[in-house]
Design a protein around this ligand. Structure first.
Ligand code: BT5
Length: 259
C-alpha cells in the first residue's frame, strides 16, 4: 500500500506512532520488541507481506504480498482496563464485525479468535502480552485479514475453510479504507470494554450460537455441548446433554460444529 496515503489517512485517528514494512517476518514480533522498548499506547505495526506470520501456538499465518491486512496494535491498558484484559480479543473481534457489517456482510465470531464469512475464516486474531514483573505492561493485538482472493492459502494446508473479503463482496475493497474503519471501531469500542452491552454484542455475534459444538483442547478431553453464551471474562459457556453447564477458558482450543 502507498505509505504516504496510509499515514495521511491514519493521521486523523488518535494513534501512537506507526511503523510500516513492505515485508517483515511477523508484525507481532516487531510490536512485541517495540512494546518492550517504550512504544506509546496505540502504536501500530503494518506490513504488506509477512514471511513468518504466526497464529496461536506458532501455527503459521499466511500473508502473501499486497493481498491482505497484517497489523499489530500495541495497547497499554489503563488501570480500569486491567480488570478486563481477557476481553481484548472480543474488542478486536467486534471491531472487525462492525467493519465487515458496514460493507454489507454478515460476519460471525468463531470463538475465540476467528472471524467467519459464510462459514469460512476471513480473519484471525493473535493477542500476546508483554509482562513487567507479574503485571501486564502491554498487549499486542495481532490481526490478519484476507482482503483479496490471493491472500487465501490453498485448502491442503488449512485446518478450516478460508475466504477473503473479495470473494464475499465480489470486488476487492481498498485495504487502507478497511484498516481505517477497523482502527476507528477499536478506538470507539475500547471505552465500553467493561460494559454489559459490550458482552451482549460479543455474544450476539458468536457463530454456532445455540448449536452443538465440540471443543478440542490440547492435552485435555474434548468437551461437547450447546453454546449458551459467554462468561464475563469471555469464557465460552456450554450446556451438555444432561443440562450441566460448563465454561471453556481461552487457550489452545478449537471449536467445531458437532456432527
Ligand atoms: C490465528 O491463529 O488465526 C491468528 C492469526 C493472526 C495473524 C496476525 S497477522 C498480524 C499478526 N502478526 C502475526 O505474526 N500474526 C498476527 P490460529 O487460530 O492458530 O489459526 C492458524 C491457522 O489458520 C493455521 O494453522 C492455518 O490452518 C490457518 N491459516 C493460516 N493462514 C491463513 C489465512 N491467511 N487465512 C485463513 N486461514 C489461515
Amino acid at each position: 500500500m502507498d505509505q504516504n496515503e496510509l499515514r495521511k489517512k491514519l493521521s486523523q485517528l488518535p494513534l501512537g506512532e506507526i511503523r510500516y514494512f513492505a515485508s517483515v517476518g511477523s508484525t507481532n514480533d516487531e510490536a512485541l520488541a517495540w512494546a518492550a522498548n517504550n512504544a506509546k499506547d496505540m502504536s501500530l505495526v503494518i506490513a504488506d507481506e509477512q514471511t513468518m506470520g504466526r497464529g496461536r501456538l506458532d501455527r503459521k499465518w499466511y500473508t502473501p504480498r499486497d493481498t491482505a491486512i497484517a497489523l499489530s496494535l500495541i495497547l497499554r491498558p489503563t488501570l480500569k482496563e486491567r480488570a478486563y484484559l481477557s476481553r481484548i480479543v472480543g474488542l478486536a473481534a467486534l471491531a472487525m464485525v462492525d467493519t465487515f457489517r458496514a460493507l454489507g456482510l454478515s460476519p460471525q465470531i468463531k470463538w475465540p479468535n476467528d472471524i467467519l464469512l459464510n462459514g469460512r475464516k476471513v480473519a484471525g486474531i493473535l493477542i500476546e502480552l508483554v509482562w513487567s514483573g507479574d503485571e501486564v505492561d502491554c498487549l499486542v493485538i495481532g490481526i490478519g485479514i484476507n482482503v483479496e482472493k490471493g491472500a487465501v492459502p490453498s485448502t491442503d494446508i488449512l485446518g478450516f475453510p478460508a475466504t477473503s473479503l473479495e470473494h464475499a463482496l465480489g470486488y476487492a475493497p481498498d485495504r487502507i479504507v478497511i484498516l481505517h474503519s477497523l482502527l476507528t471501531n477499536i478506538i470507539s469500542l475500547r471505552p465500553h470494554l467493561g460494559s454489559n452491552s459490550f458482552m451482549e454484542a460479543w455474544e450476539r455475534s458468536l457463530a454456532y450460537y445455540g448449536r452443538q459444538v465440540r471443543v478440542e483442547m490440547s492435552g485435555e478431553q474434548n468437551v461437547t455441548g450447546r453454546i449458551i453464551g459467554l462468561d464475563s471474562d469471555g469464557s465460552l459457556r456450554l450446556r451438555d446433554e444432561h443440562g450441566k453447564t460448563m465454561s471453556v477458558r481461552f487457550g489452545d482450543v478449537r471449536l467445531r460444529l458437532s456432527t
